[in-house]
Design a protein around this ligand. Structure first.
Ligand code: SF4
Length: 457
């Protein structure tokens, strides 16, 4: 019998039996993997097609091994890897080495597993994945997951599966990729990302997930807003698609205690109230990722509190109202204080604010303005601030903006620590070095990506 961790509950599909030919790998730990809807949706699709697939969190275990059978990576014929963030590509390559698998696809042999990568990083730059995968799926991965499962079930070898995958318009093959064709395929694939099949949902719930025991379901894809730094901004990855509330609700199985509504533009879902009301009426708690302050009406905040929220997490983004305006996210300090007031009124305990520093045009007084704002907010609710350097991403209006000089970032960081350290309940200032590596990978060409992820040392 396959082993699955205690406390896992499966919905719609079952964990794979022993001797599975495929494994879905994740460049993180088990709790992070179980909180990644992209990873889980691909797993669900391949299992639903009848392909036995195990799971492997690449950062658990040295060498990593599958959850279901404790098998090494090299014992599988097919390996999928879901990567959301630039630095995870580096972790994936290191894990392949620990697993005894040659990370350079050009040096792997016919008896090595076929490695197919995808995930949200492909919306930014697929090249860090092309550095180690045989094939990379750009954007929506459901068609590729289905095709991959069928081709693997057909029993065809690597060549057969790669040929089938390569026929999809959003798949890049490492053996054929160059910078020009990669840019073209990515540009062609991005506009159809948001119109892929949905809502996606998780096949498994566990208390050990980074989202707690929440059942993840996609409420929408893309975003109707135009924040100038965001890869999900309107139009960049297709139109904003808000899944019909009835469909989202139908995707939530009976017996689920908590739901995580996933989607960049979830705050702007036209039926958000209906979703929240219906789930609350079913006795289901709700959690969301970061929300947009401007969309948080009193009714919505009240409903979120009724759905079990104790904290609201919101993107503030710029340190001053002028910076927020230039980011395409006009948001006054008064509106943020008003949200804190509303949050207190409905019994929420705290606000978590995300903010970026090192923005073009950031004046020295911006930290003072932000500190004064936080001082007002913390008089109403507890405040946790998570601040990090702006990492301009390709194909966004801010894409060509420079990554701020280290001295500038260090000065802002020190000022934030000094002004906020004593007045917030939590302060996370991120890592400047990590942000710089993220920026380099986001903009890397193929040769640079190979070096940065550790293929060439
Ligand atoms: S509101 Fe959020 S998801 Fe939408 S464009 Fe702005 S940052 Fe991106």
């Amino acid at each position: 019998m396959p082993w699955t961790p205690a406390g896992e509950r499966w919905f719609g599909v079952s964990p794979a039996l022993p001797d599975a030919p495929a494994v879905a790998a994740f460049p993180g730990t088990y709790p992070a993997a179980m909180a990644s809807l992209g990873f889980l949706a691909v797993l669900r699709e391949m299992l639903a097609q009848g392909l036995p697939v195990h799971r492997m969190p690449l950062l658990d275990g040295d060498p990593p091994e599958s959850i279901e059978e404790g098998r090494p990576l090299r014992s599988y014929r097919l390996v999928t890897v879901s990567v959301a963030w630039e630095l995870e590509a580096v972790d994936a390559v290191a894990a392949l080495r620990r697993a005894g698998l040659e990370p350079d696809p050009a040096r792997r042999g016919p008896d090595d597993p076929l490695l197919v990568a995808g995930g949200a990083l492909t919306l930014v730059n697929p090249r860090p994945l092309l550095a180690f995968a045989d094939a990379v799926v750009v954007g929506d991965g459901m068609d590729a997951a289905r095709l991959l499962a069928r081709a693997a079930l057909d029993g065809g070898g690597r060549r057969h599966v790669l040929e089938a995958l390569g026929a999809l318009p959003n798949v890049l093959l490492a053996a054929e990729a160059d910078d020009g064709s990669t840019a073209q395929r990515q540009a062609a694939a991005l506009p159809s990302y948001s119109t892929g099949p949905g809502p996606l949902s998780s096949p498994v719930v566990t208390e050990d997930s980074a989202f707690g025991d929440a059942y993840l379901v996609e409420a929408c894809r893309g975003c109707p807003c135009g924040c100038t730094y965001c890869v999900l901004r309107r139009g960049r990855c297709g139109p904003y698609v808000a899944h019909d509330a009835a469909t989202v609700l139908a995707a939530v199985p009976e017996g689920v205690g908590r739901v995580g509504l996933v989607g960049g533009g979830v705050s702007d879902h036209p039926e958000l109230e209906r979703l929240l009301e219906s789930l609350v009426a079913r006795g289901v708690g709700v959690t969301t990722s970061s929300l947009r302050v401007g969309a948080l009406t009193e009714r919505r905040v009240r409903l979120l509190a009724a759905a079990g929220a104790r904290q609201l997490t919101v993107g503030v983004d710029g340190l001053s109202s002028e910076l927020r305006r230039t980011l395409g996210k006009p948001l006054t300090g008064e509106r943020i204080v008003e949200l804190a007031e509303t949050a207190r009124g409905v019994g929420l305990e705290s606000l978590k604010l995300y903010v970026m520093y090192g923005l073009p045009g950031e004046a020295p007084g911006a930290v003072e303005e932000f500190a004064a704002l936080i001082d007002e907010v913390r008089r109403r609710v507890r405040v946790h601030v998570s601040a990090g350097p702006l990492v301009p991403k390709p194909r966004t209006p801010l894409g060509d903006a420079p990554f701020a000089p280290a001295a500038t970032l260090r000065a802002v960081r020190a000022a934030l620590r000094e002004r906020l350290g004593a007045i917030v309940s939590g302060l996370d200032l991120g890592s400047i070095r990590t942000a710089r590596r993220e920026h380099a990978l986001a903009h890397a060409d193929l040769a640079t990506a190979r070096r940065l992820v550790g293929i060439e040392r």
